[in-house]
Design a binder for this molecule. Structure first.
Ligand code: XBP
Ligand code: MG
Length: 239
């Protein structure tokens, strides 16, 4: 039995989102009067930790040692992350973060060909909804069998949890799936779940270690090349 399901990472894969996340974090810091401002170099280092709330805690512990955390630090982080998500989803809905080349065409062609589609991401559910309502269509969820995101699993990437959660809901074995990812943490997660994984590169992750990937591509602008590489039989014309 060939490939029956495609599992998509979100940030860096469906869209080049991370600079948008970075700007949203900075807007949230400013909104609550924090002097923190993450430039691209700092954010590049902070991206080694997946999950926005975990990333804020990493920044405080390793980059902001003189910061005196408020009594209920967990609530502080959760509320700050909520403000950031509001800014990020607003940027997405204003059309500032389009889907990457070939992604929309691949999703519609694969769905029409009867393949199962799923999402396996670390980002918050609201971010996925904003991105796909804007980039695909209002009821995008009808095309996806499972949407694994954010805090739905106990351990975020590079742990395999979110990919295992999605495969269980797909009712598929790893051999029946392929994953699309952009980062070392994402690749480690999907490989730990036993899934053949294709990488598309972006500014923040192009220097990562992609050992074990089935292929590393700039992007999916040459969709026939990708479908041929991945063994998908899809009616995708020259994009
Ligand atoms: C990348 C992440 C996320 C985003 C920020 O997720 O690690 O944390 O950087 O989104 P993906 P949140 O698995 O899609 O590459 O602030 O909502 O976490
Ligand atoms: Mg990613």
């Amino acid at each position: 039995m060939g490939i029956q399901a495609i599992i998509f990472d979100v940030d860096g894969t469906l869209a080049d989102t991370e600079d948008g996340h970075r700007q949203a974090f900075n807007k949230a810091f400013a909104e609550i009067g924090l002097k923190w401002q993450w430039d691209r170099d700092v954010y590049d280092q902070l991206l080694s930790v997946t999950g926005g709330k975990e990333r804020i805690k990493y920044f405080v512990s390793d980059f902001q040692r003189d910061f005196v955390p408020p009594p209920d630090f967990e609530t502080f982080v959760r509320d700050l992350h909520g403000i950031k998500t509001r800014h990020y989803t607003q940027m997405v809905r204003e059309g500032q973060i389009p889907l990457r080349p070939g992604i929309r065409q691949l999703i519609y062609a694969a769905h029409q060909a009867g393949l199962q589609l799923a999402i396996a991401t670390t980002t918050a559910p609201d971010n996925v909804a904003a991105l796909l309502e804007t980039g695909l269509e209002k009821d995008w969820q009808k095309m996806f069998v499972a949407v694994g995101c954010g805090d739905m699993v106990p351990n975020k990437k590079p742990a395999p949890d979110v990919y295992l959660w999605v495969m269980e809901r797909l009712g598929r074995t790893p051999a029946e799936c392929i994953a699309l990812e952009d980062s070392e943490n994402g690749l480690r997660s999907s490989l730990a779940a036993g899934i053949k994984t294709f990488i598309t590169l972006n500014h923040f992750t192009r220097r990562h270690d992609f050992s074990g990937a089935a292929a590393v591509l700039e992007d999916l602008s040459d969709l026939p090349h990708f479908t041929q590489l991945s063994g998908l039989t899809l009616p995708v014309g020259e994009s």
